[in-house]
Design a protein around this ligand. Structure first.
Ligand code: C5P
Length: 204
């Protein structure tokens, strides 16, 4: 069975939590595509050129969650993500992952529009910048990463602006995506809605 779920949206809207739960519920493989861009961004911060960094990416690069989930790496990721040549180098891997036997869920910014335009289910998970910044602030605080609320909000807004205004695969909801706004929604309520959407598709 090839069943693909595409989940797009801005940072800290709930995509990651929803993707992991969906993968677990339906036995699908999960790819957090943001990690690919973070891994390239991390290599660039170590002095590599962006395209060379994208070409040199190895599976092991993705398994350093601690070093990839910092605010500096997030900004570096969104800077390399503007470059069409970098995106091009990461395309094949993502498309192959999406076509895995047994099905897959991919989350990112351009999954429903560019990577998997034929995905069986497309979701665009979003929330207000203030709500997302607050969630990200609490996550970073829990990890002991010291940043102010104002700085986290500024980072979220800078990334939103860069990700949605770039020419190459900008962050945008696919025309046939269902938008889920989690600003005032619990994660359980969002998951109920997602399970309802996927259940209907599986029945059809
Ligand atoms: O999702 P995450 O916050 O980890 O993504 C980091 C950055 O990677 C995003 O801000 C975006 O610039 C880039 N990205 C992208 N396309 C994707 C996934 C992430 O451009 N499919």
């Amino acid at each position: 069975m090839i069943f693909t779920v595409a989940i797009d949206g801005p940072a800290a809207a709930g995509k990651g939590t929803i993707s992991k739960a969906v993968a677990q519920d339906y036995g699908l493989a999960h790819l957090d595509t943001g990690l690919l861009y973070r891994a390239v961004g991390w290599r660039v911060l170590q002095g590599e050129a962006p395209v060379a960094a994208a070409m040199a990416l190895e599976a092991g690069d993705l398994s350093h969650d601690d070093r990839l989930r910092t605010p500096e790496v997030a900004q570096a990721a969104s800077e390399v993500a503007v470059l069409p040549e970098v995106r091009e180098k990461l395309l094949d891997f993502q498309r192959k992952f999406a076509r895995r036997d047994g099905g897959a869920v991919l989350d990112g910014r351009d999954i429903g529009t560019v990577i998997c335009p034929d995905a069986d289910v497309k979701l665009f998970v979003t929330a207000s910048a203030d709500a997302r910044a607050e969630r990200r602030f609490l996550e970073l605080e829990a990890k002991g990463i010291g940043v102010s609320r104002a700085q986290v909000l500024a980072d979220v807004q800078a990334r939103d602006a860069r990700d949605s205004s770039r020419d190459a695969a900008p962050m945008v909801a696919a025309e046939d995506a269902v938008t889920i706004d989690t600003t005032n929604m619990s994660i359980e309520a969002a998951l109920d809605r997602v399970r309802e959407i996927i259940g209907l598709k599986l029945q059809a």
